[in-house]
Design a binder for this molecule. Structure first.
Ligand code: COA
Length: 331
């Protein structure tokens, strides 16, 4: 059975950069508070006319160009997002339309910050089974329009950013290379610890002025609980991915974690027992872009020459649900 390899990656963030000082002009916060608590210095926000699908299109075109492929060469789209452009249909079809193709399937994966690794697991299973040979895996988010950008929402608004990252995946028969394993987890007992309540069909009507007045359409988070679980479960998922393949932390060339918060990443690094050069961090530039954070970080790591053929790449992610996941990849 073949394994799944990464053929090419791409990413795109909106041009508009919003610094911590910019945020301090619109809400009661400061560069010092945000930097100390999260490591974030700036994030990108969309402007008029930009959507998740348009960001994803730009990232995809970059990856296609790198791969020397056309959109019509793709066999399937796996689109991971928790901030879709519309309530339905999912964003995969909007990206498909943006790419000018109309004859391949498009599935949306709704696993928030763990979305990209969940999506990788889905794509990997299809590729190994021989169902699709060229899968476009997308992580794309537009958080800025959904955030409460007033002092009331400052604990979440300062953390999240917009952006898209993609990978084109395909089968390889090269011995030992490719996705070695993926590991997926969920614990719905914590669903309300980081969630957006509405619009939702648990409400009747599913959206109303009252729900909006109550702020139910905003992401709300029990920050300390999220922190506590993330800093234990992410390292656990890395340990599982290594054990499953008979590997140790010393074998890891690069861990590309979901960029949730610098303090969480430091705890993950310490718990796994990795050196600074084994962990990729770019949260200072983009904030938390949820499903887009791993593919954006992976693309930047590749551009910096941080991965060579044969190196061991490990991914780990944690987020709303709670859902979390890891993957081990021989590059
Ligand atoms: N600017 C300034 N002050 C802020 C603020 C902001 N953006 N957001 C909250 N505060 C205030 C709070 O109101 C509180 O004030 P009070 O003591 O007067 O009530 C104070 O700062 C401390 O708030 P607290 O929530 O206890 O801070 P914290 O140390 O737990 O840090 C987070 C908050 C959100 C940074 C932290 O809990 C965290 O990183 N959690 C994980 C978040 C995450 O990564 N989520 C995504 C996972 S995928």
């Amino acid at each position: 059975m073949p394994r799944t390899e990464f053929i090419a990656t791409g990413f795109h963030v909106p041009e508009r950069v919003v610094t911590n000082d910019d945020l301090a002009h619109i809400m009661d916060t400061s560069d010092e508070w945000i930097t100390q608590r999260s490591g974030i210095k700036a994030r990108h926000w969309v402007s008029d006319g930009e959507t998740g699908a348009t960001l994803a299109r730009r990232a995809t075109l970059q990856a296609l160009a790198k791969a020397g492929m056309r959109a019509s060469d793709l066999d399937c789209i796996v689109y991971c997002t928790c901030t879709p452009d519309h309530f339905e249909p999912g964003n995969g079809v909007f990206l498909q339309r943006e790419l000018g193709i109309s004859d391949i399937p498009a599935i949306d994966v709704r696993n928030q910050c763990a979305g990209f690794v969940y999506g990788l697991s889905v794509a990997d299973a299809w590729i190994r089974a021989g169902q699709y040979a060229r899968v476009l895996l997308v992580g794309a988010e537009v958080h800025s329009r959904g955030l409460d950008r007033t002092t009331r929402g400052r604990d979440t608004a300062v953390l999240f950013g917009d952006g898209a990252g993609v990978a084109i995946l395909g089968p390889t028969d090269a011995p030992g290379r490719g996705v070695l394993s993926t590991h997926l987890y969920a614990d719905g007992r914590h669903a309300e610890k980081l969630w957006v309540d509405a619009p939702g069909l648990a409400h009747d009507p599913f959206i109303s002025a009252e729900l909006i007045e109550q702020g139910k359409h905003r992401a709300v988070m029990e920050g300390r609980e999220v922190f506590k679980f993330a800093s234990v479960l992410m390292p656990q998922s890395v340990a599982t991915a290594l054990q499953a393949n008979g590997l140790t932390p010393a074998d890891v060339t690069l861990l590309v974690p979901h960029q949730a918060n610098l303090r969480i990443l430091e705890m993950v690094q310490k718990a796994v027992g990795l050196r600074d050069d084994q962990v990729y961090v770019n949260i200072q530039k983009y904030g938390n872009t949820t499903a887009a954070s791993i593919p954006i970080a992976l693309h930047e790591a590749l551009c910096e020459g941080r991965l060579e053929r044969g190196d061991l790449l490990v991914l780990t992610a944690f987020g709303s649900g709670f859902t979390w996941a890891s993957a081990a990849i021989r590059w």
